[in-house]
Design a protein around this ligand. Structure first.
Ligand code: ATP
Ligand code: MG
Length: 390
């Protein structure tokens, strides 16, 4: 019975001239999310965004649209031609659908009249329609105008009638792409897919960089990362993954540097390479899934050491103060958790030091790196990188 969806993008921070840009991007992203389906239309009308959809795909469309960043709430609605008798009938329909799908003891009608030439005022119509609904549903529900459990909204407009009741939560955030593009360091773990999701939620388009140690890490562990990117891309839109083999670098570190610095030195190379890829692909920042104190390399000193090599852009760490349980909650919500916990070897575990340095001093790191031809190692890794589009 519903033939359209009202989209609300309530972000209060979207002021004045940004608004049209925001809405345009949101509409584009909704269309992208629905790409491949038949029987829908996305457009602006009456100052807001609508998605019309055929009844047989309505539920599916709602499921997709509510996951588009920038959609704060949405309401399935009926939009029909103007006329008061018509309005009364669809109010009854929407009411009956609502009470079929939920437990309500009280309700109220909310009628807004745009058509001022009509002989009834809004309060008169409200009373009349509520009375009509009650007469058709005796002993089912009572009117409560102050704290109703259910409100049926009716808009009596010049050209159309619009009626809706249910409000469904969307994911919120800002439309992807509105704030530019970032490169996320995507591992096969739990954290980085969540960090990617959260960065994207603030309107950032995603380019991903993954480091493997093939053939020490398997083809399957690379596929796992692709699978994770695919799940996250349902929210973020298309993701390109730059696959970089870190093995030659790790081998050289293992050969020439103190063992306890293995992890931290590898991570510095990851950051250097990610920064270069970011620069080449028009990204304005790096994103990682780091969180303070979670593992040996994520102490303040560890973060200082990895941060130190990134010279031209900020490193965004959306999870910096999150507890693991809270990260897992989001991972479950966005459906990455089950994939993340599939046991696969990671490039960092291949060369895991017995006792990793937890408070690495920069001077010590610089000293260790003197044994390496950093520039050559970085450029060789870049030359051998491949790109996967998910
Ligand atoms: P995750 O669950 O995201 O793997 P983690 O708790 O295992 O995180 P680390 O292994 O220390 O933490 O990695 C910290 C961050 O460094 C990750 O969140 C990710 O952004 C980046 N990172 C680690 N390993 C890789 C990798 N193989 N490829 C790309 N980025 C990586
Ligand atoms: Mg990891």
């Amino acid at each position: 019975m519903f033939n359209t969806i009202i989209i609300r993008n309530g972000e209060v921070a979207i002021k004045g001239e940004n608004r049209p840009v925001f809405e345009k991007k949101l509409m584009t992203n909704i269309k992208k999310a629905l790409y491949g389906m038949q029987g829908y239309k996305v457009y602006k009308g009456e100052g807001r965004i609508y998605v019309d959809a055929d009844p047989e795909i309505m539920d599916q469309v709602i499921d997709k649209v509510k996951n588009v960043f920038g959609v704060v709430t949405l309401s399935p609605a009926i939009k029909t031609e103007k006329g008061y008798d018509n309005l009364k009938e669809i109010c009854l329909k929407v009411f009956e659908d609502a009470i079929e799908n939920g437990e309500y003891k009280t309700f109220k009608m909310d009628v807004k009249r745009q058509n001022k030439s009509f002989h009834m005022t809004s309060p008169e119509m409200t009373k009349d329609i509520a009375g009509y609904i009650l007469s058709q549903n005796p002993d089912v529900i009572a009117v409560d105008v102050f704290k109703p459990e259910l409100t049926v909204y009716a808009e009596f407009r010049d050209n159309v009638n619009i009626v809706y009741a249910r409000k469904i939560d969307g994911v919120g955030g800002l439309p992807v792409g509105i704030n530019g593009k970032v490169a996320t360091l995507l591992s096969g773990g739990i954290d980085s897919p969540v960090a990617t999701y959260m960065a994207s939620k603030r309107g950032l388009e995603i380019e991903a960089v993954h480091f493997h140690s093939f053939p020490f890490t398997s083809e399957k562990s690379a596929q796992k990362v692709e699978q994770l990117a695919k799940i996250v891309s349902l929210y973020t839109g298309n993701i390109k993954i730059h696959m970089v083999n870190l093995l030659p670098i790790q081998k050289e570190i293992a050969e020439k540097c103190p063992e306890e610095l293995m992890t931290i030195l590898s991570r510095r190379f990851m950051m250097r390479i990610a920064e270069l890829i970011a620069q080449q692909t028009g990204c304005g920042a790096l994103v990682t899934g780091e969180s303070i104190g979670q593992v040996a390399s994520q102490t303040i000193e560890g973060l200082t050491a990895t941060n130190d090599v990134v010279k031209s852009m900020p490193v965004i760490r959306p999870l910096i103060s999150f507890d693991k349980e809270d990260i897992i909650k989001i991972a479950r919500n966005i459906d990455t958790f089950e994939t993340s916990i599939i046991p696969e070897e990671d490039c960092c575990t291949v060369f895991l030091p017995k006792r990793p340095a937890t408070k690495p001093k920069l001077e010590k790191i610089y000293k260790a790196e003197e044994a390496l031809d950093v520039e050559r190692l970085v450029s060789e890794a870049m030359e051998n990188a491949t790109v996967v589009d998910v």
